[in-house]
Design a protein around this ligand. Structure first.
Ligand code: HEC
Ligand code: HEC
Length: 329
């Protein structure tokens, strides 16, 4: 009896997989396939390595905290010597699904991106030369570079390669919404289902689509009505030089959006309700009823997936050859 029902259930779910998935604008996030475990481990060490910064205090994880959905949960980040960052820190979760990296897409991929923060004076405040020297001074690292890359050489190319390979594992599969997409109609509430319908009907999916529910295109912030902000960021215009690209930003992922507040590139909005109503208003020229907003938010919360399970890496100790940190002026 038990067997019969479970077979029937499996057949039913297989049938609904094949019918449901084909036409949906949002696709399931797949678990990471790890082919280079040693490199992933090295990349993880470097991601958590505060000695890649001038102060010896700021790591990638400081602003992309994997305990907080891969963000710092601040409007804009705190950088070297407590400097105020220029823009909200986007999540590193599912970042490999983005068509390019940064709000304005100025880095083509994760490897290229990872070189940016280390020598950014407002972020880690170091130089690539010092960063390489720091890592190369520790035998615990050099052994790993040798085992993975075939020689003891430590360089920025290898450092960013390892970080990027680690970041590719930071995906969040099996969200309630993914289970729903795969045919488990009870995986999300009736309100969340209604919210998904609204997300499609109102036109949010025109910009937020694909596996990451975003990251597939650049779009103007304030398409229908202007977005008011004190933040000086100009978006894609900074990359292309074209006036038409002013305030055009990469459409952000909405995966794990419940965790990655505050919202928008200026980090000015703290609640999903306000973010949803602002989007409907300035991107689509639509007003949402209170009920619709709630349903949409319920849908967005169903996009929170399984967070990467991270075992904190133990980093090799510094020695007399390691450049000393300069935490204060
Ligand atoms: C001081 C805070 C800070 C530190 C440290 C930092 N980041 Fe970032 N990160 C940011 C901010 C802010 C942005 C957005 C900048 C922009 O778009 O102009 C960003 C963007 C990114 C993005 C792009 C995500 C996307 O969707 O566009 C990735 C990936 C990333 N950082 C990874 C890293 C890695 C890897 C490190 C360590 C080598 C690092 N970050 C260190 C604050 C930081
Ligand atoms: C015309 C394209 C477009 C449409 C339509 C659109 N969005 Fe957006 N969305 C964007 C862009 C671009 C951003 C980033 C803007 C910024 O921060 O400057 C964004 C940001 C967001 C954010 C904040 C993400 C974050 O990490 O800060 C949420 C939430 C959001 N959108 C939800 C929605 C919802 C819900 C709808 C439908 C009511 C919608 N969007 C319709 C383009 C669009």
């Amino acid at each position: 009896m038990f067997k019969l029902t479970s077979v029937a259930f499996i057949i039913a779910s297989i049938c609904s997989i094949s019918t449901a998935q084909a036409s949906e604008p949002i696709e399931v996030i797949k678990p990471a396939v790890i082919t280079e475990p040693e490199k992933v481990e090295l990349g993880k060490m470097l991601f958590f390595e505060p000695r890649l910064s001038m102060s010896g205090f700021i790591s990638c994880n400081s602003c992309h905290n994997l305990s907080l959905g891969g963000v710092d949960a601040l409007p804009t980040s705190i950088g070297h010597e407590w400097q105020e960052g220029p823009i909200n820190s986007p999540t590193v979760l599912n970042a490999d699904y983005m068509l390019a990296q940064f709000w304005d897409g100025r880095a083509a991929n994760l490897k290229e991106q990872a070189a940016g923060p280390i020598d950014n004076p407002k972020e880690m405040g170091y130089t690539h030369e010092l960063a390489v020297g720091t890592i190369a001074s520790m035998p615990g690292y050099v052994e790993r570079f040798k085992a993975i890359y075939g020689s003891e050489e430590v360089n920025i190319d290898r450092i960013t390669d390892a970080i990027a390979v680690f970041e590719k594992t930071l995906v969040t599969p099996n969200s309630p919404f993914d289970k729903y997409l795969e045919g488990d109609k009870k995986a999300i509430t009736a309100d969340a289902q209604a919210g998904y319908q609204l997300f499609k009907d109102k036109g949010c999916v025109a910009c937020h689509n694909g596996p990451a529910v975003g990251g597939t295109m650049y779009m103007k912030m304030g398409l229908v009505k202007p977005f008011h902000t004190d933040n000086p960021a100009v978006g894609r215009k900074g990359v292309t030089g074209k006036e038409a690209d002013k305030f055009v930003f990469k459409v952000p992922t909405l995966r794990n959006i419940e965790l990655t507040y505050p919202y928008f590139h200026d980090g000015s909005v703290w609640t999903l309700e306000e973010a949803v109503n602002t989007m409907a208003d300035i991107q689509l020229g639509q007003e949402m009823s209170e009920k619709e907003t709630k349903q949409m938010v319920d849908f967005l919360k169903s996009l929170t997936g399984e967070q990467p399970q991270i075992m904190l890496p133990i980093l090799p100790p510094s020695n007399e050859n390691t450049p000393r940190p300069v935490p204060f002026k």
